[in-house]
Design a protein around this ligand. Structure first.
Ligand code: NAD
Length: 270
């Protein structure tokens, strides 16, 4: 039986990846310590999702671990020796990073290094997929001219009709501290692929969504928008005349991509 290790398994992406691989007969191990509740308060609490995963997937096991705990991460990977690792545990918000820079860097950058090193030492044949972000490009994408449409904004340049290429520079732009800690993680993941020959991949996602988000104002806006509507809370609109600027990708499609990468893994891919 193939083994998958997912960090951030109670979150939006982690939980969808758990479901996707568990339903295909994999033995799935999740690492999560509900740090999202510490970042964002009760609305960010992901325990409900952890309980749901345990109830619905008999081949899923939860590990109450912090990815910052280097010796625990090393020991867990040494014990499990997974075939595939999906790294989705993170501090995911710009605003929060500015108020807690040390926690942000320790989780996003050092936590990623802990996991990479554990894989190199104890499961070097495994493939590792890292949830990176388009914020590695900093504010550079904001320099692309926009065109106002009836309900949304779109790029006013055919070069970007299919989105922003991975060839865009990540240098010489303003990232926020969150973007900077994610750049560190992204480069480390690439380097473990290129330097050590491990099968790694960075997914530089934009906005992601799905029913498993514990949405809060600072992160997971579609989930938060619905929550505000159902509970009669005020939803604040920021900029762009309230029209949508970015595309959303469903968590199911992220999990589908990871299934495809597993079938045909490459080293240091972005
Ligand atoms: N949601 C988006 O729109 C989006 C967009 C681009 C990139 N991403 C990236 O995808 C990844 C997953 O995002 P998400 O939306 O699923 O986030 P999420 O907050 O829903 O899930 C992350 C999970 O990780 C856990 N976690 C956080 N720190 C931890 C730690 N130190 N140890 C163990 N567990 C910890 C949290 O408790 C949470 O359950 C992140 O790396 C994020 O930056 C997300």
């Amino acid at each position: 039986m193939k083994k998958l290790l997912v960090t951030g398994s109670s979150g939006l992406i982690g939980s969808e990846v758990v479901r996707s691989f568990a339903s295909e007969g994999w033995q799935v191990h999740g690492i999560d310590n509900n740090l999202r509740a510490d970042w964002f308060g009760p609305d960010g609490d992901t325990r409900w999702n952890q309980k749901r995963l345990l109830a619905e997937n008999p081949n899923f096991r939860h590990h109450e671990l912090d990815v910052r705990d280097r010796s625990a991460v090393l020991a867990t990977v040494a014990e499990l020796r997974p075939d595939l690792v999906v790294h989705a545990a993170a501090q995911p918000s710009h605003d929060l990073a500015a108020s807690r820079p040390l926690d942000d860097f320790d989780v996003n950058a050092v936590g990623t290094l802990n996991l990479l090193e554990a894989v190199r030492r104890h499961a070097p044949e495994a493939a590792l997929v890292h949830m990176s972000t388009n914020k590695v490009y900093g504010d550079r994408p904001n320099s692309i001219p926009l065109r106002e449409l009836e309900t949304r904004w779109d790029y006013d340049d055919p070069t970007y009709a299919d989105g922003i290429s991975e060839a865009m520079s990540i240098d010489q732009s303003k990232h926020s501290l969150f973007g900077a800690s994610k750049v560190a993680a992204d480069i480390l993941v690439q380097e473990y692929g290129r330097y050590f020959g491990i099968h790694t991949c960075c997914l530089r996602c934009g906005c992601l969504t799905g029913p498993n988000h514990s949405g809060v104002e600072q992160h997971g806006f579609l989930s938060y928008l619905i929550k505000c509507h159902l509970e009669g809370r005020t939803y604040r609109v920021y900029g762009y005349k309230g029209k949508q600027v970015r595309d959303h990708l469903h968590a199911v499609d992220v999990a589908r991509f990871i299934q495809e990468f597993w079938k045909n893994p490459r080293c240091g891919e972005v």
